[in-house]
Design a protein around this ligand. Sequence first.
Ligand SMILES: Cc1cc2nc3c(=O)[nH]c(=O)nc-3n(C[C@H](O)[C@H](O)[C@H](O)COP(=O)(O)OP(=O)(O)OC[C@H]3O[C@@H](n4cnc5c(N)ncnc54)[C@H](O)[C@@H]3O)c2cc1C
Length: 508
Amino acid sequence: MVANTDYDIFIIGGGINGCGIARDAVGRGFRTGLAEMKDLASGTSSRATKLIHGGLRYLEHYEFRLVREALMEREIIWANAPHLVKPMRFILPYHRGGVRPAWLLRLGLFLYDHIGGRKLLPATRTLNMKTDKAAVPLKDLFTKAFEYSDAWVDDARFVALNAMDAKERGAEIRTRTKVTAARRVGDVWHITLQDLRTGKVNEVTSRLLVNAAGPWVDRVLAGMEGLAEVHNVRLVQGSHIIVRKKFDGDRSYFFQNNDGRIIFAIPYENDFTLIGTTDQDYHGDPAKVEITESESDYLCSAASEYFREPVQREDIVWAYSGVRPLYDDGANKAQEATRDYVLKDDAGDGKAPLINIFGGKITTYRRLSEHMMQKIEHFLGKKGAPWTHKAPLPGGDFPVQDFSRMSAKFAAHYPFLTPSHAARLFRMYGTRAQWILGNATDYKDLGQHFGADLYEVEVRYMMVQEWALTAEDIVWRRSKRGLVMTASEIAALDQFMKTETGYDEKAA
Ligand SMILES: Cc1cc2nc3c(=O)[nH]c(=O)nc-3n(C[C@H](O)[C@H](O)[C@H](O)COP(=O)(O)OP(=O)(O)OC[C@H]3O[C@@H](n4cnc5c(N)ncnc54)[C@H](O)[C@@H]3O)c2cc1C
């Protein structure tokens, strides 16, 4: 009976949690499948602030379990993807009479430095804002600042790397494939899949089903159970704006607003600054979430409280918005709802198990996946030991300390590349950047030029290895080349991809 199912584990959702679980499960020897209805990371997992962080702010809400687990993850995730993950220093300016007293900030940062197994990330230090360069872009309000460590990752690429690793280990990852129904027949799940490219419907079977549908988790559950509504998650919208670079250097800012909320200003894609985020309850369709005018105004005015040169609406070159699927713990304010995750199973009496994920952060996806595997192994039997803590993701097979040396070696191997192009390719693809360029010795070996520094060899790599099907997948998710390409260049790329794949998302 069991051997006749297509899979041991089938996962709904190709965000960070679904892909992380697929990777862990297949690596332990489970037959694993995953369906994502749009593109990988097209849901919340491409719309984060992209911090790999303990969450300094969560200490205020006594989320010690979450903060400790997240802090511990920083260096593990960095070691798994030393090309894509960057350690980052954050500057928290302080002024007397500010929202939080200095002793509280010091206490939080002391805990931050000491409860999370920090080994390589440098410790917190105090900056003299009369002399430190960090003060240059800021108003003349601060005598002091705290500088602490966290890390940063391009979230959508990080999802793609987890999916690639899962695929390379034997998982079946289907994108543009929607789970339209799932029903139990005894101890087997029958899952209906619709291929959104062709419209074709087929059914697969699995011993266990994981609902990792992020903001759609309750909708998927309601659909399965034939209910009008199910309520486990609180949907909280968060938006970011991108403006032309507001400051030099590679450190980020952590600004505390008068209303107790915080925002980050982060160096982004060389020439830009990423500013976010907001927190407001959301009741619409998660697929349609968009930044509102009041969020843009809020972000501009919050950043302008700090920056010498104000941030204005006209400065915004791009914005994105996402929906956090937070476990609904009944908190009053959206920013107080827990950021921790909850895994709930529905099984027993010989019925096929279902495990739902509520909440979760990019930072904690690997630990969430390990906890998920404990639950799964409870139902399906133990297969393998935890392994992902020391397994590099594709392109990340070198020690973190070697990043600069490896990046320089790559640039030296392809001297015709401009320094910024070589640096971008190594940052995005690590040791696999060489797979893309092969024996190229000149720009003309890279095929069609689509604009900025995007060439056909890279586009084809993303199409073949990373499931990219449209220009949007490439310029706004797997890379952020959309920031430096023109609309007509992006349209030409889209046309090229349509011709290659025969797939037209707008028509589908
Ligand atoms: C504004 C904001 C800032 C954030 N900042 C950070 C941060 O700095 N650091 C951090 O660690 N975390 C951060 N987070 C949290 C983090 O982004 C999310 O917790 C995480 O991305 C959730 O991942 P997920 O896989 O659960 O959901 P998702 O990424 O949404 O994935 C779910 C997927 O399921 C698919 N799906 C839904 N229904 C179906 C179906 N029927 N069939 C097939 N597929 C389906 C969807 O298309 C979607 O791609 C932030 C979140 C937001 C919104």
